[in-house]
Design a protein around this ligand. Structure first.
Ligand code: MRU
Length: 374
C-alpha cells in the first residue's frame, strides 16, 4: 500500500544487504515513519513482543523471516547441530505472543521446509525461499479477500445509490497487520478503488489504540473517508442505522468458526446481532486453528503489561511525543488483549477462497484438505 505516494510492504529484505530484514516500527505511527533493521533472532523476538510489528499476518511473516535469520546464524559444522539451533530459535519466536496462531504456523512451516535440507547452505536457501513465500502468500491472500469481500459492499451500495456504505471496523486488521492490503480493510480498499462510496467508522481500540493510530493513518494515506470513534460508540451508531456492515479481522479462528480478535470485538458482535447489522470476519487460512473446537475455552488470551492501560502517549502541540498517566498512580489495571466472539454471532467469514458461514461444515467445504487432518 502507499505511504506518501510510495508503495511499501510491512516487511522486506534490505536491498543492499539481504541478511537484514527491514520493518516499519508501528509503535511510532502515526506521528513518525521509522524503518528498523532486524539482524538477529533476538531482534526479531523483540520486534514481535514489543509490537514494533503486530497483527496476525505480519507476526507470521516476521517469524518466517526470523527463521531465515536463524538459519544465517546456525552452526555451520554439522546439519544436526544447525537443526537443533533452528528448533530452539523457533521456540523463542513462538513464545513472544500467544494468541495469533500465524506465529506458530509460520515457524512450523519453516521447520518442515528445513527438514528437507541436506546441508546448512541448503537450509539458508530454503529458509529464505520459505520466508518470501509466506510473505508473498500473505499479501496475495489478502488481495483475494478484498476481491471476495467487495461483493458484500457492492450489494449494500446498490440498495442506497449515491450514499456511502458505512462500515465499522475494530483494531487494525489493515495492511499494517499483514504484509499488504490487510484482511478487514482489503474489501474496503477494493470498493474505494472501484469508485464505490465507502465511509469507515474506526474504533479507537483501547488500550494501544491500533484503530486511532494505525487504521486511521492507513485509510487516510489511501484517501478512504473515515471517522475515529471511541470504542463504546458502535452500539449507538448501529441503533440509529448508521452502520451498514461490520468487518473485523482475527488473530485465531477455530475450525468451528469461533473468532479471537482484539478485545472489544465480542461486544461489537453482540450489538450488531441486536441491531441486525451483518458482522463479518476477514481472515486468511493461516489464521485458522485446525486443532481447536471451542474458542472461548481453548484459545489462549494474551494478558499484556498493565502500563498499556494506565498510560497513553501522543504528540504535544510543539511536536514532542509524550507519555502521560491516565489513572490514579496506585490503581491496579488489567490488560486482556483479546476476546473470543462465538461463531453464532458471526454472519460470515471472508477468506482467500471465498465467503463462508462461521461453522465447521461451511469452513471445511472451503478447505476440504483439512477434513480429519490438522
Ligand atoms: O495486538 P495486536 O495489535 O497484534 O492485535 C492484532 C490485531 O491487530 C487485531 O486483533 C486484528 O483485528 C487482527 S490481526 C489481523
Amino acid at each position: 500500500m502507499k505511504v506518501g505516494g510510495k508503495h511499501y510492504r510491512t516487511i522486506w529484505l534490505k536491498a543492499d544487504d539481504p541478511s537484514v530484514v527491514q520493518i516499519i516500527d508501528q509503535r511510532k505511527l502515526p506521528h513518525e515513519f521509522v524503518i528498523v533493521d532486524l539482524k538477529t533472532v533476538d531482534d526479531v523476538a523483540f520486534a514481535i513482543r514489543a509490537m514494533l510489528v503486530r497483527g496476525a499476518g505480519l507476526i507470521g511473516a516476521t517469524a518466517g523471516y526470523g527463521m531465515y535469520i536463524a538459519a544465517l546464524h546456525a552452526p555451520t559444522h554439522d546439519r544436526e547441530a544447525a537443526m537443533r539451533y533452528l528448533v530452539e530459535a523457533g521456540e523463542k519466536l513462538k513464545a513472544t505472543r500467544p494468541t495469533a496462531v500465524n506465529l506458530e504456523w509460520a515457524v512450523n512451516r519453516q521447520l518442515l521446509a528445513l527438514q528437507r535440507a541436506e546441508s546448512v547452505e541448503e537450509m539458508i536457501a530454503f529458509a529464505k525461499d520459505t520466508a518470501q513465500q509466506i510473505a508473498d502468500e500473505d499479501a496475495e491472500f489478502c488481495r483475494r479477500i478484498g476481491e471476495h469481500g467487495v461483493s458484500l459492499i457492492e450489494a449494500i451500495a446498490q440498495r442506497k445509490p449515491g450514499e456511502p456504505v458505512n462500515i465499522l471496523t475494530h483494531c487494525n486488521a489493515g495492511w499494517l497487520a499483514f504484509v499488504d492490503y490487510g484482511s478487514a480493510t482489503a474489501p474496503i480498499y477494493a470498493a474505494h478503488d472501484r469508485g464505490i462510496p465507502v465511509h469507515v467508522w474506526v474504533d479507537e481500540t483501547r488500550p494501544r489504540n491500533q484503530g486511532a493510530r494505525l487504521t486511521a493513518w492507513e485509510l487516510g494515506e489511501h484517501g478512504v473517508p473515515h471517522t475515529v470513534i471511541a470504542d463504546n460508540v458502535g452500539g449507538h451508531l448501529m441503533q440509529h442505522g448508521m452502520v451498514d456492515l461490520c468487518i473485523v479481522g482475527s488473530d485465531r479462528t477455530t475450525y468451528t468458526g469461533d473468532v479471537a480478535n482484539k478485545v472489544g470485538t465480542y461486544l461489537k458482535a453482540l450489538a450488531a446481532r441486536d441491531n441486525n447489522v451483518p458482522f463479518y470476519v476477514a481472515l486468511p487460512s493461516s489464521t485458522f486453528d485446525w486443532t481447536l473446537r471451542d474458542g472461548v475455552r481453548e484459545i489462549p488470551i494474551e494478558q499484556r503489561n498493565n502500563e498499556e492501560v494506565k498510560y497513553m502517549d501522543g504528540r504535544t502541540a510543539d511536536g514532542r511525543i509524550e507519555t502521560v498517566l491516565l489513572t490514579p498512580e496506585n490503581s491496579p489495571a488489567a490488560n486482556y488483549a483479546f476476546d473470543v466472539t462465538p461463531a453464532r454471532l458471526v454472519t460470515g467469514l471472508i477468506t482467500e477462497r471465498g465467503i463462508c458461514e462461521a461453522n465447521e461444515e461451511s469452513i471445511l467445504r472451503l478447505y476440504p484438505e483439512k477434513r480429519n487432518k490438522p
